[in-house]
Design a protein around this ligand. Sequence first.
Ligand SMILES: NC(=O)c1ccc[n+]([C@@H]2O[C@H](COP(=O)([O-])OP(=O)(O)OC[C@H]3O[C@@H](n4cnc5c(N)ncnc54)[C@H](O)[C@@H]3O)[C@@H](O)[C@H]2O)c1
Length: 261
Amino acid sequence: MVKICCIGAGYVGGPTMAVIALKCPHIEVAVVDISVPRINAWNSDQLPIYEPGLEDIVKQCRGKNLFFSTDVEKHVREADIVFVSVNTPTKTTGLGAGKAADLTYWESAARMIADVSASDKIVVEKSTVPVKTAEAIEKILMHNSKGIKFQILSNPEFLAEGTAIADLFNPDRVLIGGRETPEGFNAVQTLKEVYANWVPEDQIITTNLWSAELSKLAANAFLAQRISSVNAMSALCESTGADVTQVALPLVLIQESVPSS
Ligand SMILES: NC(=O)c1ccc[n+]([C@@H]2O[C@H](COP(=O)([O-])OP(=O)(O)OC[C@H]3O[C@@H](n4cnc5c(N)ncnc54)[C@H](O)[C@@H]3O)[C@@H](O)[C@H]2O)c1
């Protein structure tokens, strides 16, 4: 049985792994976290997060092929595929404060993976990270690897809080980036096969590592630009007496008629 371990039982790790467990009964999924209260909540009737549909899935799979645990090292050691879905908050101090992502949690997870692993693994970046993070992570993993081989993949998450389960059931796209080497292509194919249990293959986009990392940041930037434009437009509406819903309607129609590439 293929074993997946996800480090980080948060908004992304919890729902994503629950859906993988539901759609892939042949895969054993362990979600691990250093936070004891969070894992206790995942193992209780009061899940730590609310998402429509999540509770039913967890009840269906928990104890069968979905497990929540604080024994991070054991599950990482046993896994074939390790997702890293830890928090990457904006730095509050030092170089890049207020702008750059704080990768402390990611780096500590990578060090732990390198320390405890006893077999080859695919390590999947699920967290939102700066471009080229995979290169830094690769260095940490390889430096400690004791001859163990790691393949790093970037598989950014596009779900939105509030519609996480619907987004995971029917994603617009699943993006998987890997090294352009025979081992890298094999790793990409392995992860693609997991998603292909429920996502149509033409919606699973495979790229090189840096394109996948950058694509997530570009999507976030485009979203921020759209929100900023709508805010500017509603300010203009207020000062001119225009109705923002009436102004938005033709804009939506224009957007829908633009072919997607
Ligand atoms: N929340 C969203 O809607 C969303 C959407 C897309 C992408 N993302 C990205 O996904 C990543 C995870 O986000 P989230 O919202 O799930 O975060 P979260 O804060 O809800 O969960 C992260 C979890 O990781 C755990 N953790 C941290 N370091 C650990 C370690 N070394 N070992 C084990 N557990 C550890 C924390 O205890 C926490 O429970 C972030 O990079 C975020 O930017 C979030």
